[in-house]
Design a binder for this molecule. Structure first.
Ligand SMILES: CSCCC(=O)C(=O)COP(=O)(O)O
Ligand SMILES: [Mg+2]
Length: 234
C-alpha cells in the first residue's frame, strides 16, 4: 500500500453528524431565507447568489424562496443552492448560534497528522467552499477555529460532482506534488468512495452514528472505519 500524504475529507456523515446538517443547518437557512431576501434582494452583495439561480425562479422573492424550499426538501446538492446556504449560515456562525459538532476523534486526529507532519488534510464536500470554511472556523472544539489545519478546499464548483471519477482527478491535478495513489479519501457515501478509487486514490467508508446503513456488498468491497483513530499516524 502506498503511503498517505493527503487525507481528503467529506464533511456530512464523516466529520460531523448528518443530523447537524438536516436538523440544525437546514432549518436555520429556511428560517433566515425570507428576511434575507427582503433585506438583500437588490443589494450588490446578494446579486451573485440571485444571478446563479435559473431565471424562471429568480424573478421574485416568493418564487426564489419556493424554489429553495423545494430543492432543500429533496436535499439536492446543486451548486447555486449550496452557495446560497453558505450565505444564509454566515450570521449564525458569526454570532455563535451555529457551532459545528465534530465527531470526538476528528480534531485530535487532524492535530496528530499535523504534528507528525505526515499528511496534509484537505476537504471535498458538496457544501460550498465558503460554507466549509465557516464550519471548520466555528467548531464545538478547542480551538474552535481549525481552519489553519486544512490545506485546501474543494466543492462541486471547483472540482465537480462527488460521484464522478473526473472530480478526484481534477483535485489531484491541482496538487501534482502528491501522486494520486498517495491520497486517502474518507466519506460516508459508497458511490463517492467508488468514484475516488476509480480515479486511483485510496478510499475508506466512514460509518458514523446516524449514517445510512451500509450494504453487505459495500462492507465486502471497501474498508469501513468508525473513527479516524483507526487510521493512526501517517
Ligand atoms: C459544509 S456545508 C454543510 C454540509 C452540506 O450542506 C452538505 O451538502 C454536505 O455534503 P457532504 O458532501 O459533505 O456530504
Ligand atoms: Mg457525506
Amino acid at each position: 500500500m502506498a503511503p498517505v500524504r493527503v487525507v481528503l475529507l467529506d464533511i456530512e456523515g464523516t466529520v460531523c453528524p448528518i443530523s447537524f446538517v438536516k436538523d440544525v443547518l437546514f432549518p436555520y437557512a429556511l428560517e433566515a431565507l425570507p428576511g434575507t431576501l427582503k433585506a438583500k434582494w437588490d443589494s450588490p452583495e446578494f446579486a451573485p447568489y440571485r444571478a446563479a439561480f435559473p431565471a424562471e425562479h429568480a424573478g421574485s422573492q416568493e418564487s426564489l424562496a419556493a424554489h429553495v424550499r423545494d430543492l432543500m426538501s429533496k436535499d439536492l446538492k446543486i451548486s447555486y443552492l449550496k452557495s446560497l446556504q453558505g450565505y444564509l449560515w454566515e450570521t449564525g456562525y458569526r454570532n455563535g448560534e451555529l457551532k459545528a459538532p465534530l465527531f470526538p476523534d476528528v480534531a485530535p486526529q487532524l492535530a496528530r497528522w499535523r504534528e507528525h507532519g505526515g499528511a496534509k488534510v484537505m476537504i471535498y464536500s458538496s457544501g460550498s467552499v465558503p460554507a466549509q470554511k465557516l464550519l471548520f472556523g466555528h467548531t464545538n472544539g478547542e480551538p474552535s477555529d481549525i481552519l489553519p489545519w486544512l490545506s485546501d478546499f474543494f466543492d462541486t464548483v471547483n472540482a465537480g460532482p462527488k460521484q464522478e471519477k473526473a472530480s478526484y482527478e481534477e483535485i489531484a491535478a491541482k496538487h501534482q506534488e502528491y501522486p494520486i495513489g498517495e491520497w486517502l479519501f474518507l466519506s460516508d457515501n459508497v458511490k463517492e468512495v467508488e468514484a475516488a478509487k476509480q480515479a486511483g486514490t485510496q478510499s475508506y467508508i466512514v460509518d458514523r452514528p446516524g449514517n445510512a446503513e451500509l450494504s453487505e456488498e459495500a462492507r465486502k468491497q471497501h474498508r469501513v472505519i468508525e473513527s479516524f483513530e483507526e487510521i493512526g499516524d501517517l
